[in-house]
Structure formats: structure tokens, C-alpha cells
Design a protein around this ligand. Structure first.
Ligand SMILES: Cc1ncc(COP(=O)(O)O)c(C=O)c1O
Length: 395
């Protein structure tokens, strides 16, 4: 491999959320737990991105900038070349982050008290954003069939047909279960939501993390975009979440104007000089690095699979089709949600995101972030084996 993903980098040098002792103490009651809960990577960004940031920093002047056309060209080429998706330049609106875009879109396409559909177990911040907009959370739970998560389309049809439910947040690929939705599934979502006039917010932040033979299908390549928007960001892909902003693609002109007016009204349309440097260099030069990274992450998945097969500790892995997240199934341990969270943090000394954070459907599971050197995963699995064998002896 040209890039060294095995390199251990000490993240404690900076106030890193995932590694901070106070975060670990507050959420896990154990400041020494191995930090694997936050969805960012313990891996250095592509050399091209590091160089672009160093170059930009060394200029010494960081006054107001505008986003150059070269930035948009790099981003458009990324989606065209990797996914065959032609994004129209004029359909792009910037926003500070994916979640701010999701929140604005919820606000603009529903009223207080209306329902927003999500597909749990799913990224927990969706619930917070729905609640903070005073909308109602409407659940269309995924079905787990023979170790494979599926969309319950009958239930989606029911929820979408309720006129009080105005928006669906689609997590594509899906955090935490690692499903990469197929073209057929996305077409079905589009057809149902169009028929019932439900606005679809496609959160595609994990779109670049897809393992062969699966393919990322952008939602707006199957839907006409008349009542939908896609939220994109290279933040996860290149491990630059702390420096980037987000890109929202809104094909419908009226919807786009609404979004544009909002970001201008609240002046959240500014661009950061470092975000521009990081994002443009990543889109322009990060392809080869990402191809290697995907192999490494898939290697981490295979490593976990093999380890769990060889060490019968009652834990199994839902085989992910994408993302850098491992959704582990602990149900055989027979612990309730609270006991499992305690067991992982205290006995196994692991800070994993407990499954119930993602909705009640996640109880009995936990999410491990596997964008890290394989050694970290090995240590985590060894901790787990030790703790499960103690648990078995005591029961
Ligand atoms: C599905 C999903 N959407 C959004 C985000 C957050 O994106 P941002 O930091 O741009 O708001 C995350 C981060 O974990 C995520 O997993």
C-alpha cells in the first residue's frame, strides 16, 4: 500500500472530541475506555489535503474569500467520474454542516407538529434535529432479515400516506447498519414519497464508503429532485470533519431559493479559507488515497469477522456494505440496553456507541468506529473476549 493506515497518531495533542477524557467520563463513565464511538477516523487525511492546508496556512493572510469555480469543478468532477452523477452547478447551496442543512430543510418543508419519518436504528442526531424543530418523530424501522437489514416498504407506504408526515430523512448509505441502498430500493422510496408528496432529505455523507461489489447510487440520480434534496460533504471521506462545510443540492428552483434566503438571512453562507483548501484538494487529488482506504477498512471488517468466528464470545457482526462503522450484535449475551452499555464501557473498557442511542430497535447492538489502525481493533476485540469470558463464568 502506498499510504500507511497502520500509523498510530496521538490525537490527545488537540482537543479531540472522541478521545477527550471528559467526553469519555461523561458518556461512558470510563476515561480510559478505547475511544471508538464518534464517527471520525484516527487516520491522517490524504497527503494532498495536508499539503494544501499547510500551503494555505503558510500564506499568512486569511481574510475574506469567495469560493472559486475551481472548487466547484473539482467537486462536480468527483461525482461525475466516480458515480456518473451530473450535478448542475446552479443547484448547489452551501451550508455550515450536513446537520444544519437537514435542520433547515425540515423547517422549510414541514410545520410545527408535522411528522418527519426516519428509519431506525439510525444516526441519533436526526431525532435531536427533528425535536429541536418541534416536529414529530415518525418511525419506519428497518427489518433485520437473516442478518440483513431491509426497508419495510409496506410500513413506509403507511407512514408516507399520512398527510401529517411531510418529510423523510434518508440515510444513504445507512449509519449505523452499513446498508448501501440499491437503485431498486431508492426508486421505490422515490415512487412512494412522490405519490404522497413527502419531501426527501437524502443525507449522503457516507456515500464514498462503499465496498465492492456494492455501488453508491446518489438519490438525485433516481429521483427528479422536484421534492427532494441531497446533503453532501467530503468530511467523513477524507477525515476532515473539523474543517469542512457541506454542500446541498436542491434541484427545485423554488425550494432552492427558500434555502438560499435562509442561509443569507442568518449569514451562515460564509466560506472558511481552510475549508475551501481542504475540500478542493480532497476532491481533486484524493481518489487514489480513498481507493486504498476502502481496501484497508474492508480489511478491518474482515479482521473482525475472522476474529469473531475464531473466538466464540457470543458477539457477531452485521456484514456492512459500506461506511466505516461496524454494527455489532450482542444480543446473545442476554443483557438489557443499560447493562450492555455498562458492560462495554466498564468491563470491556470500550467506548462504543450503544445501540439504543440509535433508537429502541438498536437495543442489544453497539456501533464501533473502525476507521482506525487495525491494532486498535485487535486490542478492542481482545478486551471484548476477556470481558465476555468473565461474564460467562459469573453467570
Ligand atoms: C449520517 C450522518 N449525517 C450527518 C453527520 C454529521 O455531519 P455534519 O458534521 O456535517 O453535520 C454524521 C456524522 O456522524 C452522520 O453519520
Amino acid at each position: 500500500m502506498k499510504f500507511n493506515f497502520d500509523e498510530y497518531v496521538d490525537r490527545n495533542e488537540y482537543p479531540t472530541l472522541k478521545w477527550s477524557k471528559s467526553f469519555l467520563a461523561e458518556y461512558f463513565g470510563n476515561e480510559n475506555a478505547i475511544p471508538m464511538s464518534v464517527a471520525d477516523m484516527d487516520l491522517k487525511s490524504p497527503p494532498a489535503v495536508i499539503e494544501a492546508l499547510q500551503k494555505r496556512a503558510s500564506h499568512g493572510i486569511y481574510g475574506y474569500e469567495y469560493r472559486p469555480e475551481s472548487f466547484y469543478n473539482a467537486m462536480l468532477a468527483w461525482y461525475r467520474d466516480r458515480y456518473g452523477w451530473e450535478i448542475h452547478r446552479e443547484q448547489i447551496e452551501p451550508s455550515p454542516s450536513i446537520l444544519s442543512a437537514v435542520s433547515i430543510l425540515i423547517n422549510q418543508h414541514s410545520d410545527e407538529g408535522d411528522g418527519v419519518i426516519i428509519q431506525p436504528p439510525v444516526f441519533f442526531e436526526f431525532r435531536m434535529v427533528i425535536r429541536s424543530n418541534r416536529r414529530k418523530i415518525v418511525r419506519n424501522p428497518l427489518k433485520l432479515v437473516n442478518g440483513h437489514y431491509q426497508i419495510d416498504f409496506e410500513d413506509l407506504e403507511r407512514k408516507a400516506s399520512d398527510p401529517n408526515n411531510k418529510v423523510l430523512i434518508l440515510c444513504s448509505p445507512h449509519n449505523p447498519v452499513g446498508r448501501v441502498w440499491t437503485r431498486v430500493e431508492l426508486e421505490q422510496i422515490s415512487e412512494i414519497c412522490k405519490r404522497h408528496n413527502v419531501f426527501v432529505i437524502a443525507d449522503e455523507i457516507h456515500g464514498d464508503f462503499v465496498f465492492s461489489p456494492h455501488h453508491f447510487v446518489p438519490y438525485l440520480s433516481v429521483d427528479d429532485g422536484d421534492n427532494s434534496a441531497a446533503c453532501l460533504s467530503p468530511g467523513k471521506t477524507f477525515n476532515i470533519s473539523g474543517v469542512v462545510d457541506a454542500i446541498t443540492v436542491i434541484p427545485n428552483e423554488n425550494h432552492r431559493r427558500l434555502f438560499h434566503d435562509f442561509t443569507h438571512r442568518y449569514q451562515i453562507n460564509r466560506v472558511n479559507v481552510f475549508a475551501t483548501a481542504a475540500m478542493e484538494s480532497a476532491y481533486r487529488e484524493g481518489g487514489e488515497w480513498l481507493n486504498e482506504l476502502l481496501k484497508y477498512i474492508r480489511g478491518n471488517v474482515d479482521f473482525i469477522m475472522e476474529y469473531l468466528n475464531q473466538n466464540d464470545n457470543g458477539v457477531s457482526l452485521i456484514d456492512p456494505e459500506g461506511t466505516f462503522l461496524a454494527w455489532l450484535d450482542f444480543r446473545k449475551l442476554g443483557l438489557d440496553a443499560r447493562e450492555l452499555a455498562r458492560f462495554l464501557a466498564q468491563d470491556a473498557k470500550l467506548a462504543l456507541a450503544p445501540g439504543h442511542w440509535f433508537g429502541r430497535e438498536g437495543a442489544g447492538f453497539a456501533r464501533m468506529t473502525i476507521g482506525c489502525p487495525r491494532k486498535t481493533i485487535q486490542k478492542a476485540l481482545e478486551n471484548l473476549t476477556l470481558a465476555t469470558s468473565k461474564l460467562r463464568k459469573s453467570s
